[in-house]
Design a protein around this ligand. Structure first.
Ligand code: NAP
Length: 244
């Protein structure tokens, strides 16, 4: 039986892990181990970094193919997978959910980096709602230290937040009604997000649109060159069968 390593941490990765055994594949999912209580995929799971490209290269001895289904903004692990798989001539597929470009509104303010997002947020409002993840908050603390920022994270961040900031700890999926309430009741006047794409975190975008709240959105990092890419689980299954 072909053994597939799924680089995970996303809903797509969990969905792929759930269907592959019925398709005749053995599966191991890999998680970074950042979140205290991660949503676990079904089946076999390994947790923690591999130790860079060399560590991943060594680990690949146990597998026949790799599906990189990590988050679109997890650029380091994706680049490591390209290098490690190339050095072993191991088939590598990128499974990446479509971004929100096609659903975008002309009023969205697109930026390339989180630092630019902080600047844009300060220009747009006084009560920004940061939904960029715990690991990126450090890029906002100094530029937005005097604003009454509302920041939503899954786990407590390991940094001191400015006294004016308010933290919400929660995790998706979110409903549109709940997102509307969060924005409305907290008087949010600018939403800051990454172009995560997919349905899971889309309701905040729709709520912001309904409330006429401007959106600052960070573009995705570039996709590594030369790696075949699909956008849904069915296509990933088809690719794996073709590679077998
Ligand atoms: P990253 O910056 O690309 O990766 C940093 C390091 O974390 C990697 O070099 C690797 O360590 C380890 N790592 C990352 N993903 C791993 C995985 N699936 N399995 C084993 N090791 C992994 O990643 P990140 O942005 O910190 O994201 C970490 C994880 O959270 C990813 O798996 C991603 O799918 C998930 N996630 C990220 C975001 C986001 O906005 N970035 C959002 C939702 C979920 P070694 O070099 O030691 O191998």
């Amino acid at each position: 039986m072909r053994h597939v390593l799924i680089l995970g941490g996303t809903a797509e990765a969990r969905a792929l892990a759930a269907v592959l055994p019925d398709e005749g594949f053995e599966v191991t999912s890999s998680l970074a181990g950042r979140v205290k209580r991660p949503k676990m995929p079904v089946g076999s799971v390994r947790v923690g970094g591999f130790g860079g490209i060399d560590g991943m290269r060594a680990a690949l001895v146990d597998y026949d193919a790799v599906v990189d289904a990590t988050h679109p903004f997890a650029a380091t692990i994706s680049a490591n997978a390209v290098a490690a798989c190339a050095s072993r001539q191991m088939p590598l597929l990128r499974l990446e959910r479509p971004g929100w470009e096609e659903r975008g509104h002309s009023s969205w303010r697109w930026v390339d980096t989180h630092a630019e997002a902080a600047e844009a947020a300060a220009e747009c409002g006084k009560r920004p709602f940061l939904t960029v993840g715990r690991q990126r908050l450090g890029e906002f603390t100094e530029p937005l230290k005097d604003l009454a920022v509302l920041a939503r994270v899954v786990d407590e961040p390991a940094l001191d937040l400015p006294p004016a900031w308010q933290l919400i700890r929660d995790r998706g999926p979110y409903t549109q009604a709940a997102e509307y309430s969060v924005l409305h009741e907290n008087h949010v006047d600018v939403l800051v997000t990454k172009n995560s794409g997919g349905e899971y975190t889309w309701p905040k975008m729709q709520a912001a649109y309904e409330l006429d709240v401007p959106i600052v959105i960070v573009r995705r990092p570039p996709v590594p060159d030369g790696v075949p890419m699909v956008t849904d689980v069915d296509e990933a299954v088809a690719w794996l069968h073709a590679e077998s």
